[in-house]
Design a protein around this ligand. Structure first.
Ligand code: GRF
Length: 207
């Protein structure tokens, strides 16, 4: 059974997609042990509590020193004997120590077809604003392993979404979530939970 820690900063719709897929059998051999947010008011924590899943707020603002936050976050994850950390709309820079301890055991959902529209400062609604500014006809979402960079780790799954002429950043974000994110994040977790992928030379291969 793959033990998951899901990290959120906002509405938690990707968390909800994971919970729903575990409940309806689209994800097997996996269980959410804890949901952690940097924001007490994140609705993702509320979603976890409603489902009876331990929900913790661990915020950098609650610690004088960053390394104390880093230690608290790593400690919470380790206390649940976690196999896979899932960043589901988590907007805090991960402690290096966590990325090192959990190499190829942290995954992230990004709302574009990486490497396009990724990297420092490119997250959430900003991604869709840039896609529309550029006049792209297709966008989508990417699930990737987290490495030391920003949105640079091995890509697990991607799914494309058409950009419509009358799209706003908000309508595009919603369609990318509905048609891509809520599909490929649970699918990626199921692949990992059932040993369907390997990472070789920094590339993900289906087996
Ligand atoms: C989504 O656009 C997701 O791609 C990004 O954070 C936003 C909110 O996600 N990573 P959620 O509703 O909190 O899952």
């Amino acid at each position: 059974m793959l033990k998951l820690a899901v990290l959120v900063s906002g509405g938690g719709t990707n968390l909800q997609a994971i919970m729903d897929c575990i409940n309806n059998g689209k994800i097997t051999n996996a269980q959410i042990q804890v949901v952690i947010s940097n924001k007490e008011e994140a609705f993702g924590l509320e979603r976890a509590r409603k489902a009876g899943i331990p929900a913790r707020c661990i915020s950098p603002k609650s610690y004088e020193k960053r390394e104390d936050f880093n230690g608290a976050l790593l400690g919470e994850i380790q206390s649940h004997d976690i196999d896979l950390v899932v960043l589901a709309g988590y907007l805090v820079i991960l402690p290096e120590i966590l990325v090192q301890e959990y190499q190829n055991r942290i995954i992230n959902i990004h709302p574009s077809l990486l490497p396009s529209f990724g990297g420092v400062g490119c997250y959430g609604l900003k991604v869709h604003e840039k896609v529309l500014e550029r006049g792209c006809k297709v966008t989508g979402a990417t699930v990737h392993f987290v490495d030391e960079g920003t949105d640079t780790g091995p890509i697990i799954l991607q799914k494309s979404v058409e950009v419509l002429d009358n799209d706003t950043p908000q309508t595009l974000q919603q369609r990318v979530m509905e048609e891509a994110e809520w599909n490929i994040l649970p699918k990626s977790i199921d692949f990992i939970a059932n040993g369907k992928i390997v990472v070789e030379k920094n590339k993900v291969r289906r087996i």
